[in-house]
Design a protein around this ligand. Structure first.
Ligand SMILES: [Zn+2]
Ligand SMILES: [Zn+2]
Ligand SMILES: [Zn+2]
Ligand SMILES: [Zn+2]
Ligand SMILES: [Zn+2]
Ligand SMILES: [Zn+2]
Length: 550
């Protein structure tokens, strides 16, 4: 048995040969011999007494002339309808053709059409609304038509004319201007009494709602309070700004005072630097006996050969150069020298280890000096450097501690860097060397220098840079060039002293030559130092901080 799709059969007909009959003793007797099913309307009988479905026996008669059961001849006019038999067959019980879809109807065949047309819940059902594509079973009809989104919908609220489909209902109800809404201030009846306002009047109500007006008044009151508070704050900050400004003015005054003090200190520090220089003079106890000192131990005169072949004589200063100053400078004036000798005078620095007497040509280790013939001795090596000197020329010697730089001046003009590797961690002494008939006069700052030394240290970094930019190559007599700072023995020299401190190397030094002749003028130096400019600045900073935090 197959399910019939009644959607293709709007009139609803019964497919008799597909019916499922309940078992019955007369089932076979009442069947049509041609189709073997209980005969379907219209049921007919032949003169021989056999029954058939009218449609089937008429079809049979087209090619036959005898009864298919008993072979009795018959003609079309012999076929008669048998209403009694048909009614009997119609009382046989059949299942609903939609049984497999779920219908459990079992009834007389004659009542099947009525069941299918009026009560079967498993017939094909198509939604009645033309825009809807829903297809289901009869049993779903009621529920679908209740909720079908294409069911016509008309807004029922008084005043509203909206017409549409059920699918539009929810949206429309959310926006329908005729819907009642409650005032937001209703608060379950504790606030505004308006709980049914037509939506189109809602905005207008808000402006009139008593509760809302109260809220507005509250907000205005609050904003007034805030404004008042801000005004107070502004006044407060204005006061603070005035106070800060006054404090700033006061600080500016303090800074001005300090700047003035610093400027004075700069001048003071130049004065104290010069007073340090003026403590220097030649040491009568640290010179070769061939030399005679006079004029407060500032004039040096070569008086005689002390011994043959040992004629070059040196003298060192009474005290070593202090290392806490930025630079040291002194000058000598050539008063007399023997023009026949290439080496008659020298000016420079040495350690206590440099000998006070040497053979000609002189130039020992641990000594850095400029000779009257224009050459220099750098820790035992002689190089060409400047030009030869004459009587009344003034030669200066300058040592810059920060860069370990040594350079010489002639008649006030710098001659370029002589060395940048002076070992400043051991005591260094101004030193002059002399030979036959030489006389020099020394200026340790007792009078103005010919070289503008104070101007030079005023802007030490820039002036030293200019010095560095002067030609760096020395040319020896044969024309070979070599760098001034390439002396490897200087490094060895620094190494030798690197682990000593100033005090120990100072105490190790000894006076190798002593001359206590009574005609020498001796000046004792006092070790007292002037207050350094650093301590003056320190006290200013302390004063500034105490002003700031009080
Ligand atoms: Zn028959
Ligand atoms: Zn039949
Ligand atoms: Zn049914
Ligand atoms: Zn529908
Ligand atoms: Zn509406
Ligand atoms: Zn209200």
């Amino acid at each position: 048995m197959s399910i019939k799709d009644y959607s293709d059969d709007p009139e609803i007909s019964i497919s008799y040969m597909d019916l499922e009959y309940e078992d019955h003793p007369a089932l076979q007797t009442l069947s049509c011999p041609i189709c073997t099913c209980p005969a379907m309307p219209i049921v007919v009988r032949l003169p021989c007494g056999h029954i058939f479905c009218k449609a089937h026996i008429l079809e049979w008669l087209k090619t036959n002339a005898t009864c298919p059961m008993c072979k009795t001849e018959f003609e079309k006019k012999d076929i008669v309808e048998d209403k009694v038999i048909e009614e009997i067959i119609n009382t046989l019980k059949v299942s609903c053709p939609q049984k497999e879809l779920g219908c459990d109807w079992l009834g007389e065949r004659g009542k099947l059409l009525n069941h299918l047309k009026n009560s079967c819940q498993y017939m094909t059902y198509k939604c009645i609304y033309s825009k809807c594509n829903y297809v289901g079973l009869t049993k779903d009809k009621e529920e679908h038509e209740r909720i079908c989104e294409w069911k016509p919908y008309v807004c029922e609220l008084k005043g509203c004319n909206f017409k549409g489909y059920l699918g539009d209902k929810q949206h429309h109800e959310n926006v329908c201007e005729w819907k009642f809404v409650a005032c937001p201030n209703y608060l379950n009846g504790n606030g505004c009494q308006m709980d049914k306002i037509i939506r189109k009047d809602f905005q207008e109500h808000l402006w009139k709602c008593e509760c809302f007006v109260k809220d507005l008044e509250w907000i205005i009151k609050k904003s007034d309070e805030i404004q008042e508070h801000q005004k107070n704050n502004f006044t407060y900050y204005e006061d603070q700004t005035k106070k800060s400004y006054e404090r700033l003015k006061k600080l500016e005054g303090i800074i001005k005072t300090i700047e003035d003090d610093l400027e004075n200190d700069m001048n003071t520090s130049k004065d104290s630097l010069m007073s340090i220089f003026m403590d220097f003079h030649w040491n009568p106890n640290d010179k070769n006996s061939s030399l005679k000192l006079s004029n407060n131990n500032l004039i040096v005169k070569y008086k005689k050969h002390s011994s043959p072949g040992c004629s070059w004589s040196s003298v060192r200063s009474s005290i070593p150069i202090p290392t806490y100053i930025p630079a040291f400078y002194f000058e000598i004036k050539i008063l007399n020298f023997d023009e026949d000798w290439r080496y008659s005078n020298s000016i420079g620095i040495s350690t206590k280890q440099a000998p006070l007497n040497q053979n000609i040509p002189p130039g020992s280790k641990k000594m850095w000096c400029y000779f009257n013939n224009g050459s220099i001795n750098i820790n035992g090596k002689t190089k060409n450097y400047g030009s030869a000197v004459n009587i009344n020329d003034i030669i200066g010697c300058c040592l810059i501690f920060k860069s370990r730089t040594l350079f010489f001046t002639k008649n006030g003009q710098p001659l370029g860097i002589a060395s940048k590797r002076i070992p400043i961690d051991i005591p260094l002494y101004p030193t002059v060397g002399m030979y036959n008939n030489s006389i020099i006069e020394t200026n340790f700052g007792q009078k103005d220098f010919m070289f503008n030394f104070l101007g030079f240290i005023d802007d030490l970094d820039n002036n030293e840079k200019e010095l560095n930019d002067m030609p760096r190559n020395f040319v020896n007599e044969s024309g070979d060039e070599y760098e001034y700072d390439s002396y490897s023995d200087e490094d060895e020299y620094s190494e030798e002293y690197s682990n000593r401190n100033t005090d120990s190397s100072f105490s190790e030094s000894s006076f190798s030559v002593s001359d206590n002749s009574s005609d020498e003028e001796s000046i004792a130096s006092d070790g007292e130092q002037n207050e350094s400019s650093l301590s003056v600045i320190n006290s200013d900073i302390t004063r500034l901080f105490s002003e700031l935090f009080n």
